[in-house]
Design a binder for this molecule. Structure first.
Ligand SMILES: [Zn+2]
Length: 294
């Protein structure tokens, strides 16, 4: 049936021939409202984790957690997919002073009612994404339970070097059980399963988050779609406190926070439709923004 091959559209044929160029169908099928967490895609709960994620991410996370258990380490994801309304609850609770925010120096503060909306937003953004822009909306990213707990998060942020696989022993006894072993195991092995830290160092956006891991086979194309298709207008009128501070200059927010991730988490330059080199400049004549490394 050789003739049937000619009926396959060229882009489909090309994606079959070159899997690196193909957007996984789980990502290409996401709607805009799913990309911003307003609606939820089909999610799977893992066997070894309580996080719900897109199917391939759940399968990979389970495989990784199973391998960690074989090494005597408990790797457990606590938070996976999050809806816009769940992110909004976290955000508005901080904005209204019902929940504390973590400052870049590690201290926690409750936002004073006298602060301007702009000041509140800037402080919340140290560790919390604006609702509708979180990577957790995509079903590709997780927060690992042990390193997300307050004691361990504080410790990892204060002593990042000691969390390396061959780092010093002698961590304080009040750390949660398995906090450092699980974090060290992930640093040594997670990449083998496609999981990477994206907020590993400060890049002018969010502060480092040692607990946050991303399944890049799905998260990179999800980010590419988000950057190309989501506008600030899509996020308006969704009852998020202080939203105009972010949405009135959404391009800056996008450059600083969505692009402020590890280089391997960034989509490559767009492939031109025809042959030849990709254009070095976009239509406005300006080079695309690339976040500065610290
Ligand atoms: Zn996270």
């Amino acid at each position: 049936m050789l003739g049937a091959a000619f009926l396959v559209p060229l882009p489909v044929l090309r994606s079959l021939l070159d899997p690196l160029r193909a957007v996984p169908s789980t990502i290409s099928e996401l709607t805009l409202l799913q990309l911003i967490g307003w609606q939820s895609p089909r999610l799977r709960e893992g066997r070894w984790n309580e996080a719900k994620l897109l199917r391939e991410a759940t399968e990979s996370l389970d495989e990784m957690s199973h391998a960690a258990r074989a090494d005597g380490v408990n790797v457990w994801a606590r938070s996976g997919h999050r809806t816009l309304s769940q992110q909004r609850y976290l955000w508005n609770s901080k904005f209204r002073g019902r929940d504390s925010v973590r400052a870049p120096d590690g201290s926690r503060e409750t936002l004073d009612g006298d602060l301007s909306a702009e000041e509140k937003v800037q402080r919340i953004l140290s560790y919390t994404a604006f609702p509708g822009t979180s990577r957790h909306h995509w079903g590709t990213d997780v927060d690992m339970a042990q390193s997300f707990s307050d004691h361990c998060a504080d410790y990892l942020l204060e002593h990042p070097g000691e969390a390396q696989p061959d780092g010093d022993e002698g961590a304080p006894a009040d750390l949660p059980e398995n906090c450092l072993p699980s974090h060290r195991w992930l640093l040594a092995h997670a990449a083998d399963y496609g999981w990477h830290r994206v907020y590993d160092v400060a890049r002018g956006g969010f502060q480092p988050e040692p607990w946050h891991w991303s399944y890049l086979a799905l998260a990179v194309p999800a980010l590419a779609r988000y950057l190309a298709e989501v506008t600030g207008d899509l996020l308006r009128d969704r009852d998020v406190d202080g939203d105009s501070v972010v949405l009135d200059d959404f391009a800056s927010y996008r450059d600083r926070f969505l692009l402020g991730v590890a280089p391997e988490a960034l989509p490559g330059p767009a492939e031109p439709e025809g042959e030849g080199e990709p254009p070095a400049e976009d239509e406005s004549g300006e080079s695309p923004t690339v976040p500065e490394l610290p």
